[in-house]
Ligand binder design. Structure first.
Ligand SMILES: NC(=O)c1ccc[n+]([C@@H]2O[C@H](COP(=O)([O-])OP(=O)(O)OC[C@H]3O[C@@H](n4cnc5c(N)ncnc54)[C@H](OP(=O)(O)O)[C@@H]3O)[C@@H](O)[C@H]2O)c1
Length: 286
């Protein structure tokens, strides 16, 4: 039986990237819709769950993407609601690549590196930064700071993370280069998860820092998110610090994304999201 993927995107035009990865993961056919919302998704879900019965249901699955992460999460909730008890298909939620990218950052940083007891500073409090924080705490980091250019915005995010996941993340303000340098005092790991094409971690913030051991950046568009880091860095040592750039992290992200899509077809009742996608990443060699 053919492996079908219902690709639901909250953006008006569904992502070509997500479809290409799905085909490369062994999907036979993709049924794709853009402009999906929690209010219009139910008939699409019914189209998947009422066409194949019993054990054949595992050959159908749903992928939810889109650049608006909260909107895609609402679609995820509506999809779950549209299932009838055991009449369901497996679902992967990876809006804007946030779950697979954050899982890849965390696993890359932890390549031959024990995060237990370490202090991590994440500069950039978007979805990728927030999920990375979760994974470092899960693996035993002593302290995780997440920063915004506005302390009040960072505080709103850390409060939301406490409410959603029960985790204590420390808010920080990264308004100036000097403020970033100050935040990195005593830190062992620094992660740049800012927007593409913006340097958010200048050299003055890391060069000469006495505790930093690892720095990673997911911005692939010049200038790099970290000054002095190169996009191809893959554990490259500079001034005693190990660097990981966006290509090394992105290559691993692709493996995680493909493995998660393939895993959808193992059963009809999985929900792969920010928690479970990380577990898949842990099984892949970084
Ligand atoms: N390699 C991959 O496969 C892959 C996949 C997905 C994403 N990514 C990359 O991952 C990074 C993070 O993604 P995301 O979706 O979490 O990011 P995002 O939400 O677009 O941005 C992260 C944070 O950066 C801050 N910011 C925005 N403009 C800024 C500026 N001009 N200067 C300094 N800070 C600024 C914003 O916080 P404040 O306004 O509160 O300061 C924002 O919350 C992006 O570079 C993206 O391209 C890579």
């Amino acid at each position: 039986m053919k492996k079908l993927l219902l690709h639901l995107d909250t953006d008006p035009v569904p992502s070509a990237f997500d479809q290409a990865v799905a085909y490369d993961s062994g999907v036979d056919n993709i049924v794709t819709y853009g402009g999906v919302t929690r209010d219009n998704v139910t008939p699409h879900v019914h189209g998947m769950i009422f066409t194949r019965g019993g054990k054949n249901l595992k050959n159908s699955a749903i992928f939810i993407g889109g650049s608006n992460v909260p909107a895609s999460e609402l679609v995820g909730k509506a999809v779950k609601k549209a299932f009838f008890g055991p009449v369901s298909v497996s679902v992967m939620l990876d809006p804007n690549g946030s779950n697979t990218t954050a899982a890849a950052i965390a696993r890359k940083v932890m390549t031959d590196y024990d995060i237990k007891g370490k202090k991590v500073v994440i500069v950039g409090a978007g979805p990728v930064g927030q999920r990375s924080a979760l994974y470092f705490l899960k693996e035993g980091a002593a302290e995780v700071v997440i920063t915004s250019r506005s302390l009040s915005r960072a505080k709103i995010i850390t409060d939301q993370m406490k409410a959603a996941y029960g985790v204590d993340v420390i808010p920080g303000e990264s308004r100036t280069d000097e403020a970033v340098a100050e935040l990195l005092v005593g830190a062992h790991v620094a992660i740049a998860t800012g927007p593409a094409g913006v340097c958010i971690l200048p050299k003055l913030a890391w060069s000469g820092n006495e505790t930093l051991e690892v720095i990673a950046d997911v911005n692939a568009v010049p200038p790099m998110g970290v000054e002095g880091l190169e996009v191809m860095d893959n554990g490259t040592e500079k001034e005693g610090i190990r660097f990981y750039g966006a290509i090394a992290i992105g290559n691993f992200k692709m493996k995680v994304h493909r493995a998660a899509i393939a895993a959808l077809y193992e059963s009809n009742n999985q929900f792969l999201d920010e928690t479970t996608i990380y577990d898949i990443a842990c099984k892949i060699e970084s």
